[in-house]
Every structure is written in C-alpha cells, then in structure tokens.
Design a protein around this ligand. Sequence first.
Ligand code: ARG
Length: 703
Amino acid sequence: MTDSIRFLMCSPNHYDVDYVINPWMEGNIHKSSRDRAVEQWQKLHHILKEYSLVDLVEPQPGWPDMVFTANAGLVLGKNVVLSRFLHKERQGEEPHFKKWFEDGGYTVYELPKDLPFEGAGDALLDREGRWLWAGYGFRSELDSHPYLAKWLDIEVVSLRLIDERFYHLDTCFCPLTGGYLLYYPAAFDSYSNRLIEMRVAPEKRIALEEADAVNFACNAVNIDRTVVMNKASDALKQRLAGVGFDVIETPLTEFLKAGGAAKCLTLRVTEPVRTELHANVLVESRVIRMEGHLLDSGLISRALDLIVENGGSFQVLNFQLGEQRQSTSNAQVKVSAPSHDVMEEIMTQLIDLGAVALPQELCDTNLEPVIQDGVAPDDFYVTTIYPTEVRIQCEWVKVQNQRMDGAIAVTHTPNGPVARCKVLRDLKVGEQVVVGVEGIRTVRKTESREQRNAPSEFTFMGSGVSSERRVELVVEQIAWEMRQIRDQGGKVVVTAGPVVIHTGGSQHLARLIKEGYVQALLGGNAIAVHDIEQALMGTSLGVDMQRGVPVRGGHRHHLKVINLIRRCGSIAAAVEQGVLTQGVMYECVRNHVPFSLAGSIRDDGPLPDTQMDLIKAQAEYAKLLEGTDLILMLSSMLHSIGVGNMTPAGVKMVCVDINPSVVTKLSDRGSVESIGVVTDVGLFLSLLVQQLEKLTSPYQQAV
Ligand code: ARG
C-alpha cells in the first residue's frame, strides 16, 4: 500500500437513477438495485484500500449522484477547483464537497456562476504530472480551462468530446503510469485526436474498440501498474499486460445505469505538484460583433453553429433584437477556441458571415511586410469573393480587385491608403500584407424580409441545382437576363469546354456571339481546335457531327487543323485569309469579341493563340472578366473554377454541366447569384437561342 495516495469516495446509501442527464440514464430510472450497488461499491472500495488510503464524504439524501466523487472538483497539491455542475440535478452537491475540501485544508477555487466545469470527471492529469488534459463539449465549458491553468499553475490541453455517450472526459480517456494512455479515439473530434497524437507516442497509446469503451473500460482507476475497471475484453487485458499493467475487473453495472464506473466513483485527492512546471493555456478568446437581420436570416445560428462545429465555444454577451420588422439586430459574442489555429479558422469563417473582430476602437488591422517576393507572411489573411474592408488609420478601406485565395496588400499613396487583393506570386518585398483577423470585415448584403422574398430576376432558384424538368424554365429566365444585359450595354462572359462542340452546341454559341450576347470568350486550346475542325471538316475529334459516327482517318483531322492555323499565324489571320469561315472562333474574330485560350499540359499543337504561360493566361482571363455582369460557364470545370476564383461576389453565374457534382461545386458560392443547370450543354444552348428568338427587346417593341 502506498500511503501517499488517497482517494475520496462516497458510499451509495442514497444512490439511485432519479433523472436523466446523460444517455445511459435513459430508461434506467429507478432500475438500479440499491443492494447490488452497495455490494459493487464495497468491492471497489475494498480493492482500492489495498493500494491506497480511501477517505469518505458523507452521502446526502436528495443527491443520488454524489457517489460520483470524481465530479467533486479537481485537485492538484493543496488546491482544488470546485465543480460547477451544468445540471441543476447535481448542483446541490457543490456545498457538501466544498465543505469536505475546506475541512481537509484545501484552498478552494470557485468558478464564476454559469461557467460549468465538472471536476476530475472532465480534467485528468497526465500521470507524469506534465500537463492537464481537460475535456469540453458536454458538461464543462471551454472557458473554464484558462481558470484551471491559472489557479493550478499547470499547462492545460483542451480536448473536445463529440459523442454524447462519452460526455465526461473520464468516460473515454485514462492516462496511465509511464505516459501510457487508454482512450477511445472516436469520442474526440479530429483536432483533439491530433493533439493527443502529438503528445502521446504511438507505442504509448492504447486505443479501445467501441465494445470496451461502452463497458467503461476507460473509466479506470490507475495506481502504479494496477488498473481497476468494470470490465475489459481479453484483447484489452492482453494489451495492457503487454505493457506491464495488471487489470483488476470489478463489476459496476449498477453504476453504469447512471453513466459512471470505477473512475467516476473516486477522486484522487493527492496529486503531487511538479514545481518546475507552470501555467500555460492554449485556449484563446475573442469578442466579435455582428449586425443585420441576424435572427430572420438565420445568420446568428449559422455563426454559432460554425463556432461549435469547428471545435470552439461561445457566449452571447449581448443581443439587441431589432424590434421592428425592418430593423436590424446586434450581437456581441465571445468566441473561445482550444488553440490559436482553431481560433483563426473560426474567425475567418465568421468574417465571411460578416462578423467583425473587436476591439471596435482598433485603428489599424495588423500588417506584416513581405520579405521574399511572391511569398506572404505566415499568418496572412486569405481573401474570399465577398467585398472586404480593412481598418487603416481608423477608417474602413475597401479592398480593391476582390477575388478569392489572395492576400491583401496595403500601400500608402498621396490619396490615402489603398488595399488590394493580390495573388501570392505578385507580392513584392516591402509590401505590407494584412495578417491575423482583426480589423477585417466582409460586407454582406443583409436583406430585409421583404427583399428576400421579393421575386428578383435572378433568385428564381436560389443557389439550387436544377433538374432536367426545370431546365426550360431556367433557360427562359437566363434568356431574359441576357437580353437585358445586352440591351443595357452590359457584359456577358462565356467559359466553354470542348463538350460544347461535341454536343452540337457550336452553331448556337456562334449565334449568340454574332447577335451580341457575348462580350468575351474564355476557354482552352481544345474548344478552339474542335470548333475549327468542325467548321473546316464537319467533324469534332474525327467524329462526324451530323451523323455522330467516326469518319475514316478522322483522328488526323484534329492535327491537320492545328497545323493549318499555325500556318496562317493565328485564328484571326485564318479568318482574314478566308480559311476559316464559320463557327464559334470565326464569330469571335468577326464580331471583335475578345477571347483567351489558356493552355494545359495535354494540349496538342497548340494553336498559335493558346497562351501556354499560365500566369499570363490567368492575367488575360482576369482582364477580360473585369466589369462582367454575367458569366455563362459551359461544361468546363477547369476553366470555370479558374474564373470563379477571380470573380468577386455579386457577379451572376450560370453553370451548365451534365455532371451534377461539377455544377454543385461551381454554383456553391454561398450566394444567390449563382445557378446550376444540370443538363446537356448542346441542348441548353439550343434552348437558349430559341428563347432569345422568342423574346423581343424593349427597343424593338417601341419601334
Ligand atoms: N449520473 C452522473 C452524471 O451524469 C454520472 C457521473 C459520472 N461521473 C463521471 N466522472 N463520469 O453526472
């Protein structure tokens, strides 16, 4: 027996399952036998007394869960952080435990009201005393962890629980002597699993299967090389024996009905302090502000959900509900995250939703200089498609050239500060780049209820993806939109893949160009080659477009065409020389519609017009996309994604592809401005041309 080890237990005289506060208790109300519980408890008591001293706290009538002394508090040396139970069903235990600690000469720390923390049930010392593993997600709040670090002067590693059956850390996690760890990985989120794996070497991790986990095998009491638990599979016993642990099984089935077992029934009250170690908390907190139709539009619940889904936690500090239908609401939310990385991830997503990281009085966003051309500082803020503003000299400055996946470079000019989105490769040494998340906001149009419900020309399907049945309806709307844009001198850009030609869409696209519906064409080498092959030889990749059958020797057409255009010098030259007389590319040249062909590794030829320098090609695309009102993306995932990345929110997009997943990928820009149409692109174009024919422009009507 080791005199220096003491446990606190509480006899089950008043134990029962009286209420349901965890999934194990469900269906077990008054189903446990007091006699059997007493017998099982006494056996455990007896075993522990062979290895240590056991103190007892007086059980109290009306507090049936008081047997679970692990939840009394968390002890380290002579300090104890008293539990603050989440459920009122257990809050009455607090004063009794407090008294016991005080009588024992402990210094008792009490958390602020409404900050739940359930003691050693949710906080386990590494058995080498190097740090404290602290759980959150169900019973204990992440925000309690910094208090533990401060009061107990120890490093706290926060782990998020995600399976409600394992609602306390000690139900799925048990540090053992020698740095070993018995645990059930599936009870933790992936970030927490990573933390565990970073701190515990693979040979020291004993991961349980579900079958052992649900027998509360992790809920074990470890004294030196002995591990006491309810039950373990042979495999587990062997594994533990293999690394030098002796398993003592003692049935605790009556307590399982309340969601507890060996470890829950005990609290180790002698935990030696390692004086060379000191407090360290990885938990970070920030306050954000949100404004808008927060309830109405579901914005606030989306924000709170994303905090929790990413492993953070929140506290709503203030919520001013806009009382009138039109008025907006205001919220201040404290966001906590288990680490800096998680905080950054959460904050960037919150900024996308329109949240602003306080401090409000912040005059300047954080900037760091570029010290290597084409490379941003580590912590750079990654831009999105949403209009963004940054705080400079106490003003919000709008970011120019908004696009996603860039960095924000800030320069000072005689006319004041300028903030601009830049792709990494364009960053220059000495430029200042926005880092972190403070003083950045995205401006999301918050629509009122009226605006949201008003039938607007382009919100007919939201960002949904249409089915074949609805294609005609969608085409009708798109035709109307394109007519408007043309008549108002607006700009439509088409990105197109070679499928447009294979599916017989060539003539229709050519017609749209001819009739002034297209202001720029973006694609690759292939669309142009196939289009020209069809124009010159009636085949596309050697397939007869009229009959749909391969033509003898047709596979050579492709290269012959490339060769021919190369001889002419360019597509435009081929048109001028009268070599090319119809098709999509022909109409572009004839009607002065600029095009850009971006090359790729698989290109044949290429055509003289194809830009094989992709950095230049991206720049050409970006130039042609300036001021666009609508982008028609026709069966080209590659070029369309490229275009999507360069395009700020607010530009309407129609994405047509036969493959629904492409459409979803492209049209999912979190805005109502993009529409997906799942259909054959040739069919789509022919319907579009038909619809446009049917429409009469306002000018023609007036004539
Ligand atoms: N019925 C108790 C509760 O839900 C069980 C506590 C088990 N204790 C533990 N440390 N896991 O709070």
